[in-house]
Design a protein. Structure first.
Length: 66
């Protein structure tokens, strides 16, 4: 995935929102995103994501908006 930001391990565990609309994101959703278990909101429209929706998204139990 292009345009990945460097978020510390602690930052990953605390991240609750990801706003990636129209940010030029391309490719598969990285498996490292499985660590983002506190995500409540992910907005990623108008990008070029490819591949299948990863199963680990099912472990994002706090997710309310995708």
């Amino acid at each position: 995935m292009k345009n990945q930001s460097n978020v510390s391990q602690k930052g990953q565990s605390e991240l609750s929102s990801g706003y990636l609309d129209s940010s030029g994101v391309q490719g598969d959703i990285p498996t490292t995103f499985s660590n983002l278990t506190n995500l409540q909101t992910v907005l990623a429209s108008d990008n070029k994501l490819t591949g299948e929706i990863p199963g680990f998204i099912g472990s994002w139990l706090k997710l309310r908006t995708l």
